[in-house]
Write a protein that binds this ligand. Structure first.
Ligand code: S3P
Length: 444
């Protein structure tokens, strides 16, 4: 992805409403974990609905390089695992592309496997902090060498006699929590993590599904997680639900374009992921869930969104972990709402695929929206409409690209983006799906 040619795109108001029923690609977080856990288990894991986005394909390639047998079988994926502790030394550098989740979770796994491995990523990932995993993982006995500021490329020498970890997360991060838990898999005794706020619990759910013993207890405002080390991980089939973070984009477009009504079927609805939908309801959005059910241990349902007159909202900081990837698209919705919105406690946005706090403010500003950053809060002054007409810099960040393209569906002037290519990291088929619902977005 580093030497790619940028693919500028333009988005303009459609002539009619958006309508139809669609499914979005599989959940990114669950897809990474299904491949990793399948590779660590004994036996063959069948995964349906796997996200075939660049980020997840990087994880598949890395797990193959570590000895797992991974193949496609029709629409499903099959993973023949090595068994815990059975990974082999990779013959070359592991390139995790744009994916922070892949890099950080894999660092956890590798820290307790006695192997030498080097991990790198694209220009965006090489800027992102790895100290947040290297620091706790060092206590397993693993050794890490990284560039200044704990940036990739990262060399990992996994511990031969790993120690279990007991760690309190300094930031609410499911990636760090998962890295510690995955390290604990191949260490004796109990690994414990305490998180200050609950973050997505896909690792905990899926570890249990593969036969590990994981207990979760309430601890103040957060949670305490305890994993028994060296379990017998058994292959287990995984049905990946649609990614709610991807569903957010067509849902937002339907809320913005007059007369629209769309349904996204089979969307994941884990409550640690649905802070955006809660917030949208507070803004007055018409959003309904039908046929709510549990599939593969995760709640799913069909999400219907209809055009709505939105009002500004005040989002508390403790909601951030449940909607951490949704702030760029929420900011677009706040710009189209009436009144001022305050999105609080967004420090973590500064270390995503881009500095999303600064870049989201710039996305809005270049399209005529009044916006401020105050400390870690984003303040958006909505006046019921968006001017548009801007060229948005997407900084190798898929969610900025999709947010800007959705904005163009509702702004008076078309919105342009410098590069749509990174959308493929999480949402292959985004443009096709949006056009199928009636959106007007094209290469430009
Ligand atoms: C993820 C956790 C979040 C999120 C990312 C996926 C995961 O990151 O932003 O897209 O799958 O665990 P942090 O845990 O760093 O907030």
């Amino acid at each position: 992805m580093d030497q790619h040619s940028p693919r500028p795109h333009l988005s303009r108001r459609p002539t009619g409403p958006l309508s139809g029923r669609a499914t979005v690609p599989g959940d990114k977080s669950i897809s990474h974990r299904a491949l990793m856990f399948g590779a660590l288990a004994v036996g063959q894991t069948r995964i349906s609905g796997l996200l075939e986005g660049e980020d997840v394909l990087r994880t598949a390639a890395a797990m193959r390089a570590l000895g797992a047998d991974i193949s496609r079988d029709g629409a499903d994926w099959l993973v023949s695992g090595r068994g815990l502790g059975g990974l082999i030394e990779p013959a070359d550098v592991l390139d995790m592309g744009n994916s922070g989740t892949a890099a950080r979770l894999l660092a956890g796994i590798l820290s307790t496997h006695p192997l030498y491995a080097v991990m790198t990523g694209d220009a965006s990932l090489r800027k992102r902090p790895m100290g947040r995993v290297v620091d706790p993982l060092g206590a397993t006995g693993a050794q890490f060498l990284a560039r200044a500021g704990n940036r990739l490329p990262l060399t990992i020498l996994g511990a031969r006699d790993p120690l279990p970890l007991s760690y309190r997360l300094p930031v609410a991060s499911a990636q760090v929590k998962s890295a510690v838990l995955l390290a604990g898999l191949n260490a004796p005794g109990y690994t414990e993590v305490e998180e200050p706020e609950p973050t997505r619990d896909h690792s905990e759910n899926m570890l249990r599904h593969f036969g590990a013993q994981v207990t979760v207890t309430q601890a103040g405002t957060g949670r305490h997680i305890r994993l028994r080390g060296q379990p017998e991980l058994r292959a287990a089939d995984v049905a990946v639900p649609g990614d709610p973070s991807s569903a957010a984009f067509p849902v937002a477009a339907a809320l913005l374009v007059p007369g629209s009504e769309i349904t996204i079927a089979n969307a994941g609805l884990n409550t640690l992921r649905t802070g955006l939908f809660l917030t949208l309801r507070e803004m007055g959005a018409r959003l309904d869930v039908a046929d709510q059910r549990t599939e593969g241990g995760e709640p799913v349902g069909d999400l219907t969104a209809g055009f709505s007159t939105l009002r500004g909202v005040d989002v508390p900081p403790e909601r951030a972990p449940s909607m951490i990837d949704e702030y760029p698209i929420l900011a677009v919705l706040c710009a189209a709402a009436r009144g001022t919105s305050r999105l609080r406690g967004l420090a973590e946005l500064r270390v995503k695929e881009s500095d999303r706090l600064t870049a989201t403010a710039a996305l809005l500003r270049v399209n005529g929206v009044a916006v401020e950053i105050e400390g870690d809060d984003l303040i958006v002054h909505g006046d019921g409409g968006i001017q548009g007409g801007g060229l948005v810099e997407t900084h190798m960040d898929h969610r900025l690209a999709m947010s800007a393209l959705v904005m163009g569906q509702a702004s008076r002037e078309p919105v342009r983006i410098d590069d749509a290519s990174f959308i493929d990291t999480s949402f292959p088929g985004f443009l096709k799906l949006m056009r199928g619902l009636g959106a007007e977005m094209a290469a430009a």
